[in-house]
Design a binder for this molecule. Structure first.
Ligand code: 5GP
Length: 193
């Protein structure tokens, strides 16, 4: 088991409805030392890629993306979830269905912060059905930029997102892939990587 898998076993909580709760260290209270290890690991996995920007989505991707960005020495842009468009100027807009909140959001990125010269690493905390990632990918495409790779903390391998994104040909690196989890006894099975 790697460092993130070990932490998930120690502090993750398996909930009904295919939800893994990791809010004590990943997406509510945040363990910055752990994020730093994740940043170092992504830096290794995307070695040699020309990355000049990190893109994530609010809210829970932002903390991880910022620490990862320190390892790449590049800025972070986060897509804003919004129902009312109130950010200045022109925006790229994609529709994203939330797995956890079961609602549709528009996500927005200002055209000022993403363009055709950008080589983007997309970072997020979870990959479930892949809606959030597909929204972010389409925003990079609208901007004429290049998706160099995608880094995820926890992929739920029993949902379709990972397969969809890999089939599209992207380098998708998930630090922990959960193949199954059982809410009745809290056990979690990880995919060998
Ligand atoms: P997707 O768009 O891939 O279906 O879902 C990704 C988003 O849903 C992530 O950004 C994350 O915020 C949330 N999410 C999906 N599954 C889980 C889960 O099991 N636990 C938590 N905490 N968040 C999840």
């Amino acid at each position: 088991m790697n460092f993130l898998e070990e932490r998930i076993v120690k502090d993750g909580i398996v909930k009904e409805g295919n939800v893994l709760k990791v809010d004590s260290f990943l997406n509510h209270q945040m363990d910055i030392q752990l994020f730093d290890q994740m940043g170092a690991e992504f830096k290794k996995r995307f070695e040699g890629k020309k990355i000049n920007k990190i893109l994530t989505i609010e809210a829970s991707g932002i903390g991880i993306a910022c620490v990862v960005a320190m390892h790449f020495n590049v800025p972070v842009v986060f897509a804003k979830k919004s129902k009312s468009i109130n950010i200045e100027g022109d925006t790229y807009v994609a529709e994203v269905e939330s797995f956890t909140h079961k609602c549709k959001n528009q996500v927005l990125v200002s055209k000022k912060f993403l363009g055709e010269d950008d080589h983007v690493l997309i970072i997020d905390d979870f990959l479930a059905n892949g809606c959030a990632l597909q929204g972010l990918i389409s925003i990079v495409n609208m901007a004429g930029g290049t998706v160099e790779g995608i880094g995820i903390a926890v992929e739920k391998g029993f949902q379709v997102g990972g397969q969809i994104i890999r089939n599209l040909g992207y380098q998708l690196e998930s630090l922990a892939i959960v193949d199954s989890m059982d809410p009745s006894n809290g056990t979690i099975q990880f995919r060998e990587q």
